[in-house]
Design a protein around this ligand. Structure first.
Ligand code: GUN
Length: 292
């Protein structure tokens, strides 16, 4: 069994981006983060994204706004960044508090600055296999991780657990694309799928993104399958300084007995999401430079 090292592969991408950004003349790419409230996971994710942006030479602006912000105030904030020529990309950290309409916020970001790839236009472009659009960072990171680990999807059965906008749906569309690096047969399972284990046992590549700690066990795996664990679940753990530990959707030890390759949590998909956000920000910057 081989452990797919997301830290190492994301570091390679970050090195490539550093070189690309240092070769840019004049203005620098700039990403804006909008974080509403103090959700501990969101605080930590945005901090990490901000740190990596700076490391690459991308300007980063963090907007931490109070939980009490109204939808109209949030829209006004987004509109300001949409119109600011110094801003290449805008990211609204999900989840938003329940009084806010998250989808409406995602749609308020100009498609050209939607480095998260959640706008209707970018999801439509993904469906149309138009590479000018932005692909959501976690799905794009999963594809990059598989490609750089030598996993070929063509003709394979890819099973996705979960149908979220952030991971399940876009990753299924990517694996399905008529491209050399994709061309998979894709099955998507969700909460109303009757016998999930029967489906996962037929997966050559299993992508678990359901947010249930340890859901996937060894008896659900076809021998030799590749397993991608997208879950980042915080489990209370008093023996840790932070008071929690991170666990994926996959029961690593039992699955590792059957899988040929597996991504760990942490250190698998997580760092890839951050790297792909930076890639999207540089892409947004270039697109905007070309249209000036
Ligand atoms: N929350 C969890 N993953 C993501 C992501 O990729 N983008 C945003 N904006 N929020 C998230």
């Amino acid at each position: 069994m081989e452990r797919i090292d997301g830290n190492q592969i994301s570091a390679e991408i970050i090195t490539e981006l550093k070189q690309e950004v240092s070769a840019l003349e004049g203005a620098r790419p700039c990403v804006v983060f909008i974080r509403v409230g103090e959700d501990p996971a969101s605080v930590s994710y945005v901090k990490k994204k901000d740190k990596v942006a700076r490391e690459i030479g991308i300007d980063s602006r963090l907007n931490a706004v109070p939980e009490s912000i109204t939808q109209d105030e949030l829209f006004a904030l987004i509109d300001g960044f949409n119109e600011d020529p110094g801003v290449s990309g805008i990211l609204i950290q999900s989840p938003l508090p329940s009084h806010l309409d998250e989808l409406a916020a995602f749609r308020r970001v100009k498609p050209e600055k939607d480095v998260d790839g959640f706008h209707t236009v970018n999801l439509g472009m993904l469906c149309q296999e138009d590479e000018a659009g932005f692909v959501a960072c976690t799905p794009a990171g999963i594809m990059e991780l598989l490609q750089r680990s030598g996993v070929k999807l063509s003709g394979k059965h890819v099973v996705v657990l979960g149908r979220s906008l952030i991971v399940g749906k876009p990753v299924a569309l990517l694996a399905l694309q008529k491209k050399n690096w994709a061309n998979a047969t894709v099955t998507v399972c969700h909460s109303r799928t009757p016998d999930i284990a029967e489906v996962t046992r037929r997966a050559d590549v299993l992508i678990a993104a359901i947010g249930k700690p340890g859901f996937v066990s060894g008896d659900m795996i076809k021998p030799g399958a590749v397993v991608v664990d997208v879950g980042i679940n915080r489990i209370p753990d008093s023996s840790r300084k932070s008071g929690y530990r991170l666990t994926g959707d996959v029961d690593f030890d039992s699955v590792a007995e059957h899988a040929s390759k597996i991504t760990p949590v942490p250190g698998g998909v997580g760092p890839m999401t951050v790297a792909m956000l930076m890639k999207n920000t540089v892409k947004a910057f270039r697109l905007q430079q070309n249209t000036k």
